[in-house]
Design a protein around this ligand. Structure first.
Ligand SMILES: [Zn+2]
Ligand SMILES: [Zn+2]
Length: 196
């Protein structure tokens, strides 16, 4: 899996059970300026309580060697399953995002000793390579999805939301309810909506 084709600088991809982890030992052994390109295709990711992917992740990863470590430039495309904030219908929201980060080794490649990564480095969002010289992008991808997901997604721009009398979407069915059907607790809200 660390095999590499010297013709185009491409390397074999990650293992099937860790699709977002790349072994970069070969690249670290090269001089500054060396680079590798990888394709990311159909990667599934369980977002737990944070997000729900509606489509697998596709993307491109370019990793280049610097004096200190690696520069990671990647772009991704996927889709999220979300709820319209007004009518609560489930919607699919396309999502693209990029990662541009520095990745630094946790172990010196030649001596095998721990490198002196400062707390400052880790706080500024530097990716720390594993002790097996692996670049694990999963945490950065999870963060990027949360940072880039829309805050107030809508199923359509002019979604009218829910009826305050019956609670069903206003763009479905007839909401010509008699006035006395209105829950008195919602009366104040109705006045607010009419004013707005
Ligand atoms: Zn809606
Ligand atoms: Zn209604």
């Amino acid at each position: 899996m660390t095999g590499r084709d010297p013709q185009d600088g491409r390397s074999a991809g990650p293992a099937a059970d860790a699709p977002l982890v790349w072994n970069v030992a070969g690249l670290l052994g090269d001089g500054a300026g060396a680079a590798r390109d990888y394709a990311i295709e159909g990667v599934e990711l369980d977002g737990g309580d944070d997000f729900r992917l509606a489509a697998p992740i596709d993307g491109r990863l370019h990793v280049s060697r610097t004096n200190r470590g690696l520069l990671v430039d990647a772009d991704f495309a996927t889709a999220l399953t979300m709820e319209c904030v007004r009518c609560l219908r489930e919607i699919t929201v396309p999502l693209t995002f990029e990662i541009h980060d520095e990745a630094l080794p946790s172990l010196d490649l030649k001596t095998g000793k721990a490198t002196a990564l400062s707390a400052e480095d880790e706080e500024t969002g530097v990716i720390v390579l594993t002790s097996h010289h692996e670049l694990d992008l999963e945490p950065a991808i999870r963060d990027a999805i949360l940072l880039n997901e829309p805050i107030a997604p809508l199923d359509r721009e002019d979604c009218p939301g829910l009826c305050i009398v019956c609670g069903l979407p206003l763009d479905e069915g007839d909401h010509d309810h008699p006035d006395d059907d209105i829950d008195p607790r919602l009366e104040a809200l109705r006045g607010f909506v009419a004013d707005g």
